[in-house]
Design a protein around this ligand. Structure first.
Ligand code: GLT
Ligand code: MN
Ligand code: MN
Length: 388
């Protein structure tokens, strides 16, 4: 049965191979689900109604595969995508799993490790291009430290820049047309990761050789782990024209990296996020970088994947309801109205300067005005709880 909450291709819902094929291993326990072959993961995604699948190089091709094995695996996977009507919008590279990256990848102290990381990324870019990906995510999970005795942190920034600049040139050289999306995280698996927040990357990007090719891939859980407001980070990225991709999931502040189903932990935050993305018309993939609870079998994994998309669509409908609610809109309008005659400072001129300097603004009267945000927030909650 299809309803307003049924996922459709135009919603651009995607999942990583590593998300639905996640086997539930954690630092204290082994895998609880059997291996899910990438071909079967594609079929599962089609069954639940997803649009796209994303992958790390080694989610699909084992790190020690021969060229012949690689070609066979890639060809089988391409056929599975075609058969199931699933696209590959984004590709990425694992620069964190193999022991070679224990001291970092692009920022490692050993120049041969850094070169290997760049080489591995170039090959992952070849793979992604072969599958049709136009977005390339770089998540520097190992680019950090347990002890800052190991290197100067500003050297790490320089090494990161050098690698990204080289990879941009490779994309241009090969005509791949990639847009790189950099993903921040404050910690885990390293004690501290250099690029801890989306804001760190927004500061790095203008210093790159090809800033126009590089944006960000903010993740709900990562910004939340840092105790930050995710929607604010997304909004700044959007306003800077840098929201190239997004990782949707959920997370409780102060916990380990939970990667919960979208909206599972904090539906109110998820609501403001969905409302923002829909209000501004973000048209990139809505990628779920999350995984099912360790209690689940593969039927539960389908419940998890369906739940991510359904919650997004429910919140999208709630956002439309919020935007159409006359009482809410009247409160929003009132909150933006000037409390007194307000001179404009949108553009500097001698006249504007004098108007601002001489305006008889009464701060005590302005401060006395209530903003009615209690009422506004309660109405929001009532929409979310389904009584409005
Ligand atoms: C890993 C990480 C994610 C990143 C993925 C891309 S892999 O699962 O936890 O946040 O987006 O490398
Ligand atoms: Mn992620
Ligand atoms: Mn995560």
């Amino acid at each position: 049965m299809s309803d307003a909450y049924t996922p459709r291709p135009e919603h651009k819902f995607s999942f990583g191979l590593w998300t639905v094929a996640n086997r539930g291993r954690d630092p204290f326990g082994t895998e609880v689900r059997p291996v899910l072959d990438p071909v079967d993961a594609v079929a599962l995604l089609a069954e639940v109604g997803a649009w796209g699948v994303n992958l790390h190089d080694n989610d699909l091709v084992p790190i020690d595969a021969t060229p012949a094995e690689r070609d066979r695996i890639v060809s089988d996977f391409k056929k599975a995508c075609e058969r199931n009507g699933i696209v590959v919008p984004m590709a990425t590279v694992s620069l964190f799993t193999d022991p070679v990256f224990k001291d970092g990848a692009f920022t490692a102290n050993d120049p041969a490790v850094r070169a290997y990381a760049v080489q591995k990324t170039m090959r992952a870019m070849d793979l992604g291009a072969e599958l049709g990906a136009k977005i390339f995510v770089l998540w520097g999970g190992r680019e950090g430290t347990e002890t800052d005795a190991c290197r100067r942190p500003d050297d790490a920034v320089k090494r990161l820049r050098e690698a990204i600049d080289f990879l941009c040139e490779y994309s241009i050289d090969k005509g791949y047309g990639y847009r790189f999306a950099l993903e921040a995280k404050p910690n885990e698996p390293r004690g501290d990761i250099y690029m801890a927040t989306t804001g760190n990357y927004l500061g790095l990007i203008p210093t790159l050789a090809h800033p126009e090719m590089v944006g960000v891939n903010p993740e709900v859980a990562h910004e939340t782990m840092a105790g930050l407001n995710f929607t604010h980070a997304v909004a700044q990225a959007w306003e800077a024209g840098k929201l190239f991709h997004i990782d949707l999931n959920d997370q409780v502040i102060g916990r380990y990296d939970q990667d919960f189903r979208f909206g599972a932990a904090n539906p109110k935050n998820a609501f403001f996020l969905v409302k923002f993305l829909e209000d501004v018309g973000y048209d990139g993939p809505r990628h779920f970088d999350a995984h099912a609870y360790r209690t689940e079998d593969y039927e539960g994994v389908k419940d998890f994947a369906r739940g991510c998309m359904r919650t997004y669509l429910i919140l999208k409908e709630k956002a439309a309801r919020w935007n159409a609610d006359p009482e809410i809109q009247a409160l929003v309008k009132e909150a933006h109205e000037a409390g007194q005659e307000a001179p404009s400072f949108a553009k500097y001129s001698p006249a504007a300067r004098d108007a601002v300097l001489n305006a008889p603004l009464d701060r005590v009267k302005l401060a006395a005005r209530g903003k009615k945000y209690e009422r506004l927030d309660q109405l929001t909650i009532e929409i979310l709880l389904g009584v409005r």
